[in-house]
Structure formats: structure tokens, C-alpha cells
Design a protein around this ligand. Structure first.
Ligand code: FMN
Length: 241
């Protein structure tokens, strides 16, 4: 059968994706939460480039309420140690209340992604001790060489936190585009007093979340799976008349 325009011949090079959003799609599809990092630090110039791009995030009244405390080197290890010690104790008091309950599809999606992680790292369903060990990996910062703690201004309330959420998303995409892996961590916001003390975060700032970052250990099973997303019809309603 003769080749038509719609059927590239085998010797043709792959066609470049000429859609205007092709680059954005590349980074969006490539990004995933990294839960095992290599120890190699990210050069300061690369981190500054990521920060420069993330700073373009939109915010209410252009307040840009995010402040970012970044730990590297010995400071990351100090923070790891302090978080692990604190996580051994009961109770936690985040600056923003954690979700009250996961219901319906939210519970289902939470469970699915959780079981994907546990399945990948070989944790059997119902093995609570192993769940706990995996949870504690959060406070080891998944061995990342760096962590960024994102805080907002107390007086800006929830909307300051929303602006910070946009910043977190853009930080992660900019990192991905620079070959740097990330994982957002609300778990670190469980212990804002530890973050304040170790990183010198002022009392008036409210902790939104952390982002551990570095280079992915691509051979680690924790990085071997990808999460799903809901169909558009599950999250969008069109109102036409
Ligand atoms: C605000 C925020 C907080 C998160 N907190 C944690 C966390 O504490 N620990 C963790 O392992 N993953 C955390 N995640 C990662 C999510 O579990 C992850 O983004 C989700 O399962 C989708 O998977 P993906 O990032 O690989 O696409 C967080 C993500 C966001 C956006």
C-alpha cells in the first residue's frame, strides 16, 4: 500500500510536536513525585533558575506572599534529624488545619495512590509497621540533598496559601524542566515549630508545605510507578444556557 501523508514512511525521522503547548505537556507528563533521591547536590545556579521561573507565579493583588527557606548540606541533615526525633512523639499542630476527612472519590484516589506506593516498595496491605516506616521516609526527606519550606503571611489567610500552592506547582515544573526531581510534602507542615527553629522561620509566617528536591534515584522502586488522573467529565461541568 502506498504511504500517504498521514502514514509516515519508516525511514522518516519522528515528527516534532508542533502544538503550541508541546513543551508544557512534556514537563507536565514527566513530573512525578520522587520518593528516593541521590545524594548529589543541585548546583546553586540551577536552584536559582528554578526560583526565578517559579517567581512568575500569579497571586492575588500580585502580593507574592511566598517566602522560601531552602536547606542544603549540613542544614538538610540537621532538619532531617530534628524532624525524625519530633515524629517519634505523639501529636502535631500544623499552621493550617489538615483535611478533616477523605470521602468518596477522594478516599478512593488516596487509597489507590497509597497502594501504588506500597506495592512498589513491597509493603503488604495491612502491615501497619511497614506503613509507619514508609511514612517516616517523609521526615528523612526521602534522602534529598535539599528541601524548600514554603511559608505565607499570617494576615493573608487561606488565599495566601492558595498563592503558595501555585508557587509550589510552578517550582516543581521548573525543576522538572531543569532535570531536578521534587516531591511536595504537607507532612513537613505537621511540625512547623521544628521548621521554625532549625531554619529560622519568623513566628508570623505560616508553613504551607515543603518540597524536597534533588536528582532522582531512578532505580529505586518508590520511583517506578505513575499516578492516574480523573477523566475530565469527573471534574468539569459545562453550563451553556
Ligand atoms: C500540597 C501537596 C502535599 C503533598 N504532601 C505529600 C507528603 O507529605 N508526602 C508524600 O509522599 N507526598 C506528598 N504529596 C505528593 C502527592 O501524593 C502526589 O502529588 C500525588 O499522589 C500525585 O502523584 P504525582 O505527584 O506523582 O503526580 C503532596 C502533594 C501536594 C501537591
Amino acid at each position: 500500500m502506498p504511504h500517504t501523508a498521514a502514514q509516515p514512511r519508516p525511514q522518516d525521522p519522528p515528527q516534532a510536536d508542533t502544538r503550541p503547548d508541546a513543551a508544557l505537556e512534556t514537563w507536565l507528563l514527566a513530573r512525578h513525585s520522587c520518593r528516593a533521591f541521590l545524594p548529589d547536590p543541585v548546583p546553586r545556579a540551577t536552584v536559582e533558575r528554578i526560583l526565578e521561573l517559579a517567581q512568575r507565579t500569579a497571586s492575588w493583588c500580585n502580593c507574592q506572599p511566598w517566602q522560601v527557606a531552602i536547606a542544603e548540606g549540613a542544614a538538610t541533615d540537621r532538619l532531617r534529624g530534628a524532624l525524625l526525633r519530633r515524629a517519634e512523639q505523639a501529636g502535631f499542630t500544623p499552621d493550617f488545619p489538615f483535611p478533616r476527612e477523605y470521602q468518596g472519590e477522594y478516599l478512593a484516589r488516596r487509597r489507590e495512590s497509597g497502594f501504588q506506593l506500597y506495592g512498589a516498595v513491597g509493603v503488604a496491605r495491612g502491615d501497619r509497621e511497614a506503613y509507619r516506616r514508609q511514612e517516616m521516609r517523609n521526615f528523612q526527606l526521602f534522602d534529598a540533598p535539599h528541601v524548600a519550606i514554603i511559608t505565607t503571611d499570617e494576615a493573608l489567610g487561606e488565599y495566601g496559601a492558595i498563592d503558595c500552592g501555585g508557587y509550589v506547582a510552578n517550582f516543581m515544573l521548573a525543576a522538572q524542566a531543569n532535570g531536578v526531581a521534587t516531591v511536595a510534602q504537607a507532612s513537613l507542615a505537621m511540625y512547623p515549630e521544628v521548621l521554625r527553629e532549625v531554619l529560622g522561620i519568623p513566628a508570623g509566617r505560616r508553613v504551607v508545605c515543603g518540597i524536597s528536591f534533588g536528582y532522582a534515584d531512578t532505580s529505586h522502586p518508590a520511583n517506578s510507578y505513575r499516578t492516574r488522573r480523573a477523566e475530565q467529565a469527573e471534574t468539569v461541568s459545562w453550563v451553556t444556557d
